[in-house]
Write a protein that binds this ligand. Structure first.
Ligand code: GLV
Ligand code: MN
Ligand code: MN
Length: 433
């Protein structure tokens, strides 16, 4: 595993080395015991029965590790490891344990189980931080049918608002009502936001979910920025006609226009001069009969980048391309945008502390942008934020095959511990801003 880490202040980093087998078996226990059995992969979607049952498991995990743990009104599982100075602004770490449909066992889960392991190792080794360490399993990080990701971290960051709670899923249910049915208190979830500056710092351990670290043979990724996400819905309206008799040049084929728009969306990401990706993740058309020219098509797409300027330009270019493809075929379009989050930079000093922590443990690291969204993007509103990535086998994620090797997970947990210790040792604000 990791090389000798020495001491940081009064804390001996070697004695914080995680129990790799315990971390691996805890991850396996969650996967085996709390998945939606009728769904593919390791599905555990927010508000599902499996997710509800797993909240009690996380609470018990934290309590068993020695944390003072509770469920907050937004459904976050929050555990506190008291520091020597209870009035100092605390450190926070954590992630999420919900998955996408057909998801894997590591996305988010490594950050929660790893954070609990750090707290456990502090207690087991008889060492105490100056500040409280708050460990959080945030509710519902993944995109959900209401179009509101990171429900729990938005609540803690004071970024959940009434408009979010009013959003409806395909069956017309409001997010706020579904939260109430799940036993939560949406009003209190809106009101509980911590104040900006209330955190000494936030660090999240996560799997990379892409191939960069594995390809380079690097153990640790120091995240430079979390991508902004722009999501669009486009409705194409044409005219239904007989597919055997209407000449090709007299059609108003909504599906053909939408299909050309799909390619235009893909082209936008392919040509990005900076970090940028674009994806059509959902496509529908009607009436869906082989012998009818389709009169309607619906497209859901997203564009992501760590560069705000490129994202703004891409948004405009995609709308122009959709309009042009529709017009060429006599089809009309309506495009609605839903901004999920703006790009967020990781704090430069926290990045430095993660890199030097990896150095002190003898681990190779490199700077990487995050194309995935994370709870950390919201926690950055409360204090300096950083993220630690570990390699994903084959770069695979959001699929059942998602895997990170136990050694890599353990190295990431050790770097998380060392980074938290380094942040704790800084008396002033952990920021270079
Ligand atoms: C979350 O995993 C996202 O990036 O969509
Ligand atoms: Mn995640
Ligand atoms: Mn995810």
């Amino acid at each position: 595993m990791t090389a000798s880490g020495g001491t940081a202040g009064s804390i001996d980093l070697d004695r914080l080395a995680p129990d790799a087998d315990r971390v691996a078996s805890t991850i396996a226990t969650l996967a085996a015991g709390f998945t939606e059995s009728a769904e593919p992969g390791w599905t555990r979607r927010v508000f599902s029965d499996a997710y509800r049952a797993s909240r009690g498991w996380t609470l018990a995990l934290m309590r068993d590790a020695g944390l003072e743990a509770h469920l907050d009104p937004a459904g976050n599982v929050v555990g506190v490891l008291p520091g020597r100075n209870r009035s100092a602004p605390p450190l926070m770490t954590g992630s999420h344990t919900d998955t996408v449909h057909g998801g894997g066992r590591f996305d988010g889960i490594v950050g929660v189980v790893g954070a609990v392991e750090v707290a456990r190792r502090l207690l087991e080794s008889g060492q105490q931080l100056e500040r409280d360490l708050v460990v959080v399993d945030f509710l519902g990080e993944e995109a959900n049918p209401f179009g509101v990701s990171c429900v729990g971290s938005r609540s803690i960051a004071g970024l959940l608002d009434a408009e979010h709670l009013g959003r409806r899923d395909d069956e017309g249910r409001r997010l706020g009502d579904v939260m109430t049915t799940f036993g939560l208190d949406p009003g209190a979830a809106l009101a509980q936001g911590w104040s900006p500056g209330s955190l000494h710092g936030y660090v999240e351990l996560h799997v990379e979910q892409g191939p960069v670290l594995e390809t380079a043979g690097t153990s640790i990724g120091v995240v430079t920025a979390i991508a902004g996400i722009e999501r669009l819905f486009a409705r194409f309206t044409g005219r239904a006609d007989h597919a055997g008799t209407m000449p090709m040049d007299q059609r108003r084929d909504a599906l053909a226009a939408a299909a050309a728009a799909v390619v235009a969306v893909e082209r936008e990401g392919c040509g990005a001069p900076v970090h940028g990706v674009s994806t059509v993740g959902r496509f529908e058309s009607s009436p869906g009969a082989l012998n009818v020219v389709p009169d309607e098509a619906r497209v859901w797409a997203e564009i992501r980048s760590t560069e705000a300027a490129w994202l703004t330009g891409a948004r405009r270019r995609v709308v122009d391309a959709i309009g042009a493809e529709a017009e060429r075929r006599g089809v009309t379009t309506v495009v609605d945008w839903l901004n999920d989050q703006d790009p967020v930079r990781a704090d430069p000093l926290v990045q430095d502390l993660i890199g030097s922590s990896a150095d002190s443990l003898g681990l190779r690291w490199q700077a990487v942008p995050s194309g995935a969204g994370h709870d950390a993007a919201h926690l950055a509103h409360l204090g300096p934020m950083g993220m630690i990535f570990i390699p994903s086998v084959g770069g695979r994620s959001h699929c059942p095959e998602e895997l990170s090797q136990t050694d890599h997970v353990a190295e990431g947990v050790h770097v998380l511990a060392a980074t938290l210790v380094a942040m704790d040792a800084r008396s002033g604000a952990v920021t270079s801003a």
